[in-house]
Design a protein around this ligand. Structure first.
Ligand SMILES: *Cc1c(COP(=O)(O)O)cnc(C)c1O
Length: 376
């Protein structure tokens, strides 16, 4: 029976009710887009907004990019493409990187999505859809230049090239591939993949070409082709690991203190007593845990007024205990916010001490935060 109670959308969790506040700077995303465009010179810069724009909100992020003139977007799934089409309306090109799962051709065509065709099988299904609709349908073709993940093999490209009817009813508007080692500029795999890409696309219609993701954009002009496909760099993660980050930070995360306590020496703290106090400590428990995407295996710290507050004990599902003894007594209280990602601790720092990469930190960000969009 309808109770009259509405379940709030994650987009409307109030700051007062939330355990943590995620701030997403759309202005910084726009600035990062401008920086990438400048780096690319003449090539077009798309926006990769798969996985809900790496957890940051695909509709809002894509609209912010559109204001910078971006009108080509990449998602991974057909369902993401449909949602993005609803957010952006007709006009922008929306490419679906994983292509079309069997049976999803109708949805893909109905929403004007451009599938990235990864196999002859996907191509045949898309061709049948074009025949059924009595229409020409757009497509990108992905070739496997040496990552062995997605895209047509060299043998498939040869078969396609040998079949004069392979592209009947299909308008190929992009030939693309993806780099496996773009974040290692000295890795010879990059140049090898580029050469493979060139020889494969020479067998296909002479349309626009695309190879580079974020890190690929920093490998030089040879990698830019007609269209670049940055994702993570737009969101402030360093696309040039080991060098200083050329992008602006986009995300900050602040967790709320639930309560504080003073404990004596030789006390077990948190699950399994993995932490024992060696002397009396002041502790604060914050409202953020592994259910919010903060890796359980990550040790780490929060910051308050620039003071580092190390974790005491294990990360729980909904909370983390901090050692706040470095702060003046009484300066941190229930309801205060501590920095988890921000000025003192970047997404890349958190990734490093969590044993992962910035991509995973972003895409793991939870659904229980109050989300604040600024700079839009
Ligand atoms: C995810 C993805 C991108 C964007 O990669 P970033 O490293 O985030 O810039 C580009 N192209 C393909 C094929 C992808 O899967």
């Amino acid at each position: 029976m309808a109770s009259g109670v509405r379940i709030p959308d994650t987009a409307e969790i109030s700051e007062a009710a939330a355990g943590a506040v995620l701030t997403i700077d759309l202005g910084a995303i726009r600035e990062n887009y401008r920086r990438l465009k400048a780096l690319l010179g003449g090539a077009e810069c798309a926006g990769v907004v798969k996985a809900d724009a790496y957890g940051l909100g695909a509709a809002r992020v894509a609209r912010a990019l559109a204001r910078e003139g971006c009108d080509t977007f990449f998602v991974a799934h057909v369902a993401e493409g449909i949602a993005l089409r609803c957010a952006l309306g007709a006009g922008p090109s929306i490419y679906v990187l994983n292509g079309i799962p069997p049976g999803a051709e109708t949805d893909c065509a109905a929403h004007g999505l451009v599938p990235v065709i990864n196999s002859l099988e996907q191509l045949a299904a898309w061709r049948r859809m074009a025949t059924a609709r009595g229409d020409r349908l757009p497509a990108a073709i992905q070739v496997d230049s040496g990552m062995s993940r997605l895209g047509m093999t060299p043998a498939e490209v040869d078969m396609l090239a040998a079949d004069p009817h392979a592209l009947d009813g299909i308008s190929v508007d992009l030939v693309m591939s993806h780099l496996a080692c773009a974040d290692e500029p000295d890795n010879p795999a990059n140049a090898l993949q580029r050469r493979n890409f060139d020889s494969l696309r020479a067998k296909l219609p002479p349309v626009r070409a695309s190879l580079a993701n974020s890190s690929g954009d920093f490998l030089g002009n040879d990698y830019h082709y007609d269209l670049a496909r940055p994702g993570v760099a737009l969101y402030g993660v360093n696309p040039t690991p080991g060098r200083s980050n050329p992008m602006l930070p986009v995300v900050s995360l602040h967790a709320k203190v639930i309560q504080t306590r003073d404990v004596a020496a030789d006390i077990g703290v948190g699950y399994g007593y993995s932490f024992r106090t060696s002397n009396p400590l002041a502790l604060a428990t914050i409202s953020l845990g592994y259910a919010d995407g903060w890796h359980r295996r990550a040790s780490g710290a929060a910051f308050f007024n620039g003071v580092r507050l190390p974790f005491a004990g294990r990360v729980s599902m909904d909370s983390i205990i901090l050692d706040i003894s470095a702060l003046p007594t009484g300066s941190l209280n229930a309801g205060d916010l501590v920095e988890m990602i921000g000025e003192h601790q970047t997404v890349d720092n958190v990734a490093a001490f969590s044993g992962t990469i910035g991509y995973e930190v972003l895409t793991s960000l939870g659904r229980r935060f109050h989300r604040r969009y600024v700079g839009g």
